[in-house]
Design a protein around this ligand. Structure first.
Ligand code: FAD
Ligand code: NAP
Length: 531
């Protein structure tokens, strides 16, 4: 057998690809990263819309694998803004000298397994093919923009933007009539700032969203120092949390229905005053029991009606799904923005979009004249980036075929019939339900150890068995069915992309998952064949 050019090809230079490259080198493997973007950072390279920032606290949304790195990096705000997270990604790349093995501005178009040589051939839109023994798809769960196919879209004469493909030089909306389509997290962050700048903002809302306040603030250096003094404790606490964050504001391990109305209300008030996603950690059954969720839902709706002055607008903004079923939004002045005289809410449930015209957006109710349109319409999540690569495994079988009824993986890490191909934060793993940096670290470290163990066992190929994969898919479905997540049309289910198979893709419960990964290793890589 010929030697492949590199031991490992890695697709993507977001946090997953960066750490995977570092890990490969630490394990003595040669690696080549290919990145479609012009630089490192992934999500934080592409999403430069106004207000983009993380909604997991900075001290938690960062790598913990290297103590010097976590000690030296200083965050300036409780929730880091996009430019700062991008600087951090650049710092990681420079600190570990990663750039020399990254090919930028290059898109991977195909990855093909050769049964005979046991090598993968990775084809790109620029430059030579790469042959590698291992391929790691670090392509991101939220990296493929979803732009709805609205009739007439190409006829609009003004500029259009997608939040996840924002121009690097920024956009000045001064004096303009702007339309924003969508009310998910990206919209919730950008709408207040666009409204401040634009002459008029029209928000096109299909599904109302819940939002909890961020209460973002400068990070107190003393507070930061205290956390760093025992950073290991915070990281360990996060790894014990179902969402891999919240160590700064732990979850109450009690049912919402086990306490009095007064006590519950006080706890919701306290969490609201703290701010952030850990609002949902007030009780342990908010995403399990509808009646429990309803108590939180009513509390948040009460806040919405306190903030929004016009009762008709407040009614339109009121969501009816389970709170947290779609990813909870963390906001700074989102609902209050609808009190501004220059902001109009269009409820697409009452008047759906008919077409985009030369002049704006026409709903069944009116034509809204606009100078610019912002698509805050999200992503073809979790599978979109993989589906856009022609991946072929054993016998030339396309991944699209293997996943025709929805994604099927073992542990969210490997796919039966696709030897030596790994997915970081793939479907069937906790991924998007967690602080993703923790999930990325856990996957990269698992892959690193797996390959070291493979070498030690004198093997070069690892592959998930179809039986183990089937059992895993059933398990993920059963866990999801135990929660309230499948009760709404979220992107977790693929419901935001017309025609996409509806399967709940992530696995709830980080610590149990990590333990399962560990047990499988301890059992000699149960469910995998190694040769
Ligand atoms: P990405 O950062 O998405 O990187 C994947 C890279 O792969 C991209 O650069 C892409 O260009 C490249 N790529 C894909 N396909 C190809 C191809 N065919 N060829 C070459 N390159 C390719 N998570 C949290 O935990 N907390 C948060 O607060 C949070 N906020 C977010 C805010 C926004 C606006 C978005 C969109 C996501 C957010 N996330 C958050 C999720 C975020 O995606 C992850 O936290 C993390 O950044 C993912 O890193 P990654 O390396 O896995 O993927
Ligand atoms: P999203 O949550 O999928 O929201 C997209 C919005 O566009 C939804 O309101 C959706 O409505 C709407 N939409 C989609 N297609 C439409 C159509 N054809 N017509 C009208 N409306 C349409 O996407 P996102 O806001 O970009 O967020 C995606 C994820 O990225 C988040 O859930 C989160 O995980 C991450 N993120 C995090 C932050 C943060 O705070 N750190 C910020 C941004 C993103 P429906 O709900 O009806 O589908």
């Amino acid at each position: 057998m010929d030697r492949p050019q590199v031991d490992m090809a890695i697709v993507g230079a977001g946090f997953a690809g960066l750490y995977m490259l570092h890990m490969a080198r630490q394990r003595g493997l040669t690696a080549q990263v290919v990145e479609a973007g012009g630089d490192v950072g992934g999500t934080w390279y592409w999403n430069r819309y106004p207000g983009a920032r993380c909604d997991v606290e900075s001290m938690e949304y960062s790598f913990g694998f290297d103590d010097d790195l976590q000690q030296e990096w200083e965050w300036t705000e409780r929730y880091a803004p996009q430019p700062e997270i991008l600087r951090y990604a650049n710092h990681v790349a420079d600190r570990f000298d990663l750039r020399r093995d990254i090919r930028f501005d290059t898109r991977v178009t195909a990855a093909t397994y050769d049964d005979e040589s046991g090598h993968w051939t990775v084809t790109t839109d620029r430059g030579p093919v790469i042959t590698a023994r291992y391929v790691v798809m670090a392509t991101g769960c939220l990296s493929t923009a979803n732009i709805p196919d609205i009739p007439g879209a190409a006829t609009f004469t003004g500029p259009t933007y997608h939040t996840g493909r924002w121009p690097h030089e920024g956009v000045d909306f001064t004096g303009q009539r702007v339309g924003v389509i969508g009310t998910g997290s990206s919209a919730v962050q950008s709408i207040p700032l666009i409204a401040e700048q634009a002459d008029h903002l029209t928000v096109f809302q299909r599904t109302p969203t819940y939002a909890v306040p961020a209460w973002n603030r400068p990070l107190d250096p003393v507070e930061q120092k205290e956390i760093k003094a025992d950073y290991a404790a915070l990281r360990a606490a996060n790894r014990q949390s179902s969402s891999a964050f919240g160590g700064l504001q732990p979850r109450n391990d009690v049912s919402a229905l086990a306490v009095s109305d007064e006590e519950r209300h006080a706890e919701y008030e306290r969490r609201w005053a703290v701010g952030g996603l850990t609002f949902l950690g007030a009780y342990n059954d908010l995403l399990l029991v509808r009646a429990a969720n309803e108590t939180a839902r009513q509390f948040v709706i009460g806040k919405l009606h306190e903030i929004v002055e016009d009762p008709e607008v407040a009614a339109k903004l009121t969501p009816d799904q389970v709170v947290g079923c779609k990813r909870l939004c963390v906001d700074t002045g989102y609902w209050a923005t609808f009190n501004r005289p220059n902001v109009t809410l269009v409820d697409l449930r009452e008047t759906p979009i008919e077409a985009i015209t030369e002049r704006g957006i026409r709903t069944t109710g009116a034509e809204h004249e606009l100078d610019a349109i912002v698509y805050a319409t999200g992503f073809d999540a979790m599978t979109g980036a993989l589906a856009r690569i022609d991946i072929r495994g054993r016998g030339g079988r396309p991944l699209a075929d293997a996943w025709s009824a929805g994604p099927r993986t073992y542990l969210g890490l490997m796919v039966a019939g696709f030897p030596n191909l790994f997915t970081i934060t793939g479907p069937g793993s906790p991924s998007v339900l967690t602080n993703m940096i923790e999930s990325i670290q856990q996957h990269v470290e698992w892959i690193g150890r797996c390959l070291a163990d493979l070498g030690a066992a004198g093997a070069t190929t690892i592959e998930a068995t179809p039986e183990a994969q089937d059992a895993w898919v059933d398990y993920v479905n059963s866990v999801a069915g135990f929660t309230l997540f499948p009760t709404c049309n979220s992107w977790y289910l693929g419901a935001n992309v017309p025609g996409k198979t509806r399967v709940f893709m992530p696995l709830p419960g980080f610590p149990t998952y990590v333990q399962q990964c560990e047990d499988i290793v301890a059992d000699g890589y149960r469910g995998f064949t190694r040769a």
